[in-house]
Design a protein around this ligand. Structure first.
Ligand code: ATP
Length: 131
């Protein structure tokens, strides 16, 4: 099976670095599944899960937006924040979700509403990745 090297990088450092058979990401334009040898491409990402398939194992990484840069032999995902499933603090994500929901229920101005919506998406994404 052909593989492609995938790096997930954040301002705090690298989060993932391995050869995989397939990568799935949530791009702004929709879900993308990328195989080794893909033509070069850059696409903005949504808050979502990155799925990395190698043999019979599939790993999930939660990413907070950013970009994917695809080259035939290397894929780089640059994100503001990214966590592998096993390093996600579930209690923290649940707290963040609760705070965001409370803010959304007591709507103040549009900027706070948008911020709370994004915080809620980040928390739900992290919780989904741990499942
Ligand atoms: P919180 O309100 O709990 O800080 P947040 O969504 O505002 O959540 P971010 O700004 O996206 O957090 O991330 C800040 C840093 O904390 C990043 O390095 C991110 O990887 C890390 N982080 C955030 N939430 C979690 C979590 N539940 N488990 C592990 N790391 C987390």
């Amino acid at each position: 099976m052909k593989t492609v090297l995938v790096n997930v990088v954040t301002p705090d450092g690298p989060v993932y670095d391995a050869d995989v058979e397939m990568v799935s990401v949530k791009a702004q334009s929709g879900e993308l599944g990328i195989l080794p040898g893909h033509i070069p491409m850059v696409a903005p990402l949504r808050i979502g899960a990155v799925r990395l398939k190698q043999g019979s194992s599939t790993e999930f990484v939660a990413v907070t937006g950013g970009f994917i840069e695809v080259r035939p032999d290397k894929i780089t995902i640059l994100a503001q924040a990214a966590e592998r499933a096993e390093s996600i603090d579930v209690a923290r994500a649940k707290e963040a979700k609760k705070r965001a929901e409370e803010r959304l229920n007591h709507k103040t101005d549009d900027i706070d509403f948008k911020r709370a919506e994004l915080a809620l998406q980040r928390a739900i994404n992290r919780l989904n990745v741990t499942k």
